[in-house]
Design a protein around this ligand. Structure first.
Ligand code: VG1
Ligand code: CO
Length: 543
């Protein structure tokens, strides 16, 4: 068959955000839109001829069509081989695992992650490099520049590949191998965790509910938790990946996973609850009557890392995104290892992981992971907790309360103001930045500002600098108020307000989080003029 060079013209706005390019499905369906972006990826990659690429997505609407286009374009660019998940399925962490295990040149993830799917929902595309992690900003910016200059794209006119049939076929000279999307990943998990101990736990009658939210974690959770670990059938709910996620908003937090939260609060609640997002890189951990904050989860995993065989030798360091609470910093201090503070987005952890400077990474947005791959990993975090529960014999709530008693509690909450007017949001941030210099030393309510700045990150490995990564107002007692604008939304702007207060005294550890943080929320509003600028009375989502 033939390779065609098709003339095209650039589309505006194809700049990757926090995690790839995310747009409404309709935007991606415009003729040439996806092709332009994929061509820009190939134009950015130096000499990928004969190389292996991994391709897969979270199964959302447009996943299969996009994969067919990418396969035909990869063949036209001389790629030697593509590994593609059966049914077009690969969770983000599984793709990272497959890239690393098979020594691939890179990977293309089709997902808009925690954003809703379906014909009226969102779609996304992201390039990962040979370490299995999201391309660093230097590459995503080069891809963006190439989208602005693209004049033509190359594509083969061969027919569709049957993505449901495992095995090898060819497009032009390129091999396409349809692989089991779960196998490599499941094997890696088995190496990291004490599956025997977890099997014994389930055999003793321990009950769990894993909510796949109709997204891609289902097949992974079913194979590993119900299959390999022997949890009863039905432990995984909403476990089949659907093009529209069954109408779920596949963002695992207590608001969107209300069904799970209600189940965990009921009288006959299971012992343990968990949920994952669209592409299975996020996790929410729930005990009977308690949802663990992601920041606490990172700190607890760090403090107990040695219970899992994969981390028996201990951890070399931790990294957390700037808005993530400082609970992990306290654990790092106690362990005598460094804790790095990075901008939001997993791509900033890649260098630290590659350089062997950190073992664990985490974000407040329900993201936790380790050096086993280069993406955050939802099922990994759930397996860690199962391993911890099996090893300690303690329920989730006791594990969390014991942790607070030892390290103090970092009360934490994120308030999102979604889909606000983009100009209003930027103007709020501009006003806020202008105020920062005057805040240091200022008493506000029962707090005094220690310093206030716009976070700048200098990567300790390659010295690259990322600025404007979020405004932080840090109080003398370590309490923090952080503001940033989301880089994953597709409608207007989303303002994220992050609140943190440290409480060492365990007799004060049982205050409801919103109550404990109420004064900081009020200060945030008065300093930034949040309600005035956004025209909103309050946040749309509180997690
Ligand atoms: C959000 C989170 C961030 C996360 C990113 C991708 O970004 O805050 O921590 O890395 O989503 O997660 P933003 O720019 O909207 O705040 V995922 O699971 O959507 O790939
Ligand atoms: Co995700």
């Amino acid at each position: 068959m033939t390779i065609h060079t098709i003339t095209t013209a650039p589309f505006a706005g194809q700049r990757p955000g926090t995690s790839g390019l995310r747009k409404k499905v309709a935007e991606f369906q415009q003729p040439g839109y996806l092709e332009n972006f994929v061509q820009a990826i190939f134009n950015t990659l130096v000499d990928c001829t004969g190389q292996t690429l991994v391709v897969g997505g979270d199964g959302r609407y447009f996943n299969r069509q996009a994969i067919q286009v990418i396969l035909r374009m990869a063949a036209a660019h001389g790629i030697g081989k593509v590994l593609v998940g059966q049914g077009g399925i690969l969770s983000t962490p599984a793709l990272s695992c497959v890239v690393r295990k098979h020594g691939a040149f890179g990977g293309i993830v089709l997902s808009a992650s925690h954003n809703p799917g379906g014909p009226h929902g969102d779609f996304g595309i992201k390039y990962n490099t040979s370490n299995g992690g999201p391309a660093p900003e230097r590459i995503t910016e080069a891809i963006y520049s190439n989208t602005l200059a693209v004049e033509a794209y190359d594509i083969s006119d061969e027919g569709e590949v049957d993505l449901d049939r495992p095995g090898i076929v060819r497009i032009e000279q390129m091999e396409v191998e349809v692989i089991d999307p779960v196998a490599d990943y499941a094997q890696l998990m088995q190496e990291l965790f004490d599956f025997d101990a977890i099997r014994t736990l389930f055999a003793s009658g321990f009950r769990m509910c894993f909510d796949g939210m109709g997204a891609v974690s289902g097949p992974y959770a079913r194979t590993i938790i119900e299959g390999m670990l022997g949890a009863p059938a039905g432990t995984v709910i909403n476990g089949i990946p659907l093009e529209d996620f069954g109408g779920h908003h596949p963002d695992p937090n207590p608001v969107n996973a209300a069904e799970l939260i209600a189940l965990m609060a009921a009288t006959n609640a299971p012992d343990f609850g968990a949920a994952s997002d669209g592409d299975a890189d996020r996790n929410m951990i729930v005990g009977r009557g308690i949802a663990v904050t992601p920041s606490d989860s990172l700190a607890i995993i760090a403090a107990n890392a040695r219970v899992a065989p994969g981390y028996r030798v201990g951890i070399v360091g931790i990294a957390r995104s700037m808005p993530t609470s400082t609970a992990a910093d306290r654990v790092a201090l106690a362990l005598g290892v460094p804790c790095y503070e990075t901008p939001t987005g997993w791509k900033y952890f890649g260098n630290l992981l590659d350089a062997g400077m950190v073992t664990l990474c985490g974000e407040e947005s329900y993201g936790t992971g380790s050096d086993h791959i280069r993406e955050k990993d939802g099922v990994w975090a759930v397996l860690f907790w199962l391993n911890l529960i099996a090893a300690s014999g303690k329920p989730v709530e006791t594990i969390v309360r014991d942790h607070w008693a030892r390290f103090g509690r970092n009360y934490y909450s994120r308030h999102d103001y979604e889909a606000v007017d983009a100009l209003a949001a930027t103007s709020m941030m501009t006003h806020l930045r202008a105020k920062l210099a005057s805040l240091a030393g200022k008493p506000i309510g029962s707090y005094t500002v220690d310093f206030a700045d716009d976070f700048i990150y200098a990567d300790p490995v390659d010295r690259s600098v990322a600025s404007h990564q979020g405004v932080r107002i840090v109080m003398t007692d370590g309490s923090r108020i952080v503001f940033r604008l989301s880089g994953t939304g597709t409608e207007g702007a989303t303002v994220r307000l992050y609140l943190e207060r440290y409480e060492v005294d365990s007799s004060n550890h049982a205050i409801p989080a919103q109550e404990a943080l109420a004064e900081l929320a009020a200060i945030a509003d008065s300093v930034a003029g949040l309600r005035v600028h956004t025209g909103r009375d309050g946040p749309t989502v509180i997690t």
